[in-house]
Ligand binder design. Structure first.
Ligand code: FES
Length: 99
């Protein structure tokens, strides 16, 4: 089942918004003109990533400063799991996820 999150027309560079879908907190970002959907939960110790700093494609968690490469999801300056990226789906003029 497709769950719409946002209209495509609203996905400008710098877009950032959280959604709660099926009990999970998700974070939708536009990075280098590409939409990226993540769990809003840092793999290091679980802080929300909604306030993370973004520099290019590097997302830096506000809690302990672990940096993640958004494209591959890997941590760059610590040893922890990678970011959980979710596949995006499209339906007409909407972007969302299949659940
Ligand atoms: S919880 Fe994100 S860096 Fe520790």
């Amino acid at each position: 089942m497709f769950v719409a999150l946002e209209r495509l027309i609203n996905l400008d560079e710098g877009y950032r918004r959280t959604f709660r879908v099926g009990g999970r907190d998700l974070l939708l970002l536009v990075v280098e003109q590409q939409p990226v959907l993540l769990e809003d939960r840092c793999p290091h110790q679980g802080a929300p990533l909604r306030n993370a700093t973004l520099a290019g494609t590097v997302l830096r968690c506000a809690r302990h400063g672990v940096e993640f490469d958004l494209l591959g999801g890997q941590p760059l300056n610590a040893t922890c799991a990678a970011l959980s990226r979710l596949a995006l789906a499209y339906d007409g003029d909407r972007i969302g996820i299949d659940v």
